[in-house]
Write a protein that binds this ligand. Structure first.
Ligand SMILES: [Zn+2]
Length: 320
């Protein structure tokens, strides 16, 4: 099956499907609602196309973009549907709420696209050709399971000894962070308005979060040094100057914890590390692999490693 990836990150599959970026094609699949995957849903980009995704992805993307795509086909996992003569089926990916992998089947064969994922919890999809993410596609990225979670809890505890704390994180990461702290860190949790809207979508889809409440910017000023309060704030607000300590949550910082002005940066990754990427390909055993170079500088390294270790043809797209 034909496949290509544009420099702007759109994955072109078969005859009429595109994924995770703007295109003129009739069917637009969106793997999940992170900003580098929803560019195709922006008002100008989306015209007469059908958007294919899960229900949570549509709701999260609508909240982030402040508009809804005019034509959306909501798919459940493992329930294939035909579009323009090609069968489309979604499989779960452990990344953020609603994340999905795509399997396309036509007369030309089968192709799977992983989107972003981490392990454990992501289904292995077998196909003739595989397009795989490559965020941590270099061997330097080998992590201990749970290292980010432990570092996050320890850093929060360390900061709370000094007083209230602000945590800056991207929309979906706030919920993941709340779940990690739940039942371990004793504190009051406060969400700003934008985090609150996303939390409501998570709750609607059955994700259990610890008790939290909302705090206005004026109320934040009343927090005292002895208060064990963790305030979750939108990532975009990290330049604000509160007098409290802060943690910035990153998905891909090179160090698990690093010191920054006024606090710490903690890596809480949503991506498979190098070994998990290789393991995915080994288990899926496709005939041809493509690594996504539009979102990672390590796609070429990963493709070479797949060829050397697994003896499978692999190529980074777009070619440089
Ligand atoms: Zn993502």
């Amino acid at each position: 099956m034909r496949v290509d990836i544009s420099h702007s990150g759109t994955i072109l599959i078969g005859r009429s499907i595109s994924a995770d970026g703007p295109s003129e094609r009739k069917i637009q699949f969106v793997s999940h609602a992170h900003t580098d995957h929803i560019g195709g849903l922006k008002k100008k980009a989306i015209q007469k196309q059908t958007v294919v995704c899960t229900a949570p992805t549509l709701e999260l993307a609508t909240e982030l973009l402040h508009h809804q795509p005019p034509d959306a086909a909501i798919l459940e996992y493992r329930k294939p549907r035909e579009f323009e003569g090609e069968s489309v089926e979604l499989y779960p990916a452990n990344h953020i709420l609603g994340s999905a992998q795509l399997l396309v089947e036509s007369k030309e064969g089968t192709l799977a696209y992983t989107g972003d994922f981490k392990q454990p919890g992501t289904a292995i999809v077998s196909s003739d050709s595989l397009v795989i993410e490559a965020t941590y596609g270099a061997p330097i990225y080998q992590r201990q399971a749970g290292d980010g979670e432990v570092a996050f809890i320890e850093t929060v505890e360390k900061c709370l000894r000094e007083g209230p704390l602000a945590v800056y994180a991207y929309a979906a990461k706030v919920q993941e962070a709340l779940q990690i702290l739940s039942n371990i860190v004793e504190a009051e949790f406060f969400l700003d308005q934008s985090c609150l809207k996303i939390a409501k979508i998570y709750a609607k889809h059955g994700v259990k979060l610890p008790k939290y409440s909302c705090l206005s910017d004026q109320e934040i000023m009343t927090l005292q040094k002895g208060d064990r309060a963790v305030m979750f704030r939108a990532f975009g607000r990290q330049r604000e100057r509160l007098r409290h300590q802060r943690i910035i949550l990153s998905g891909w910082a090179p160090e698990v914890v690093s010191k920054i002005d006024g606090g710490f940066m903690v890596r809480l990754s949503d991506h498979a590390d190098f070994n998990q990427l290789i393991n995915y390909v080994e288990e899926a055993r496709p005939r041809q692999v493509y690594t996504d170079a539009s979102r990672s500088s390590y796609a070429g390294v990963l493709a070479k490693a797949i060829e050397a270790r697994l003896r499978l043809p692999a190529k980074a797209l777009p070619a440089r």
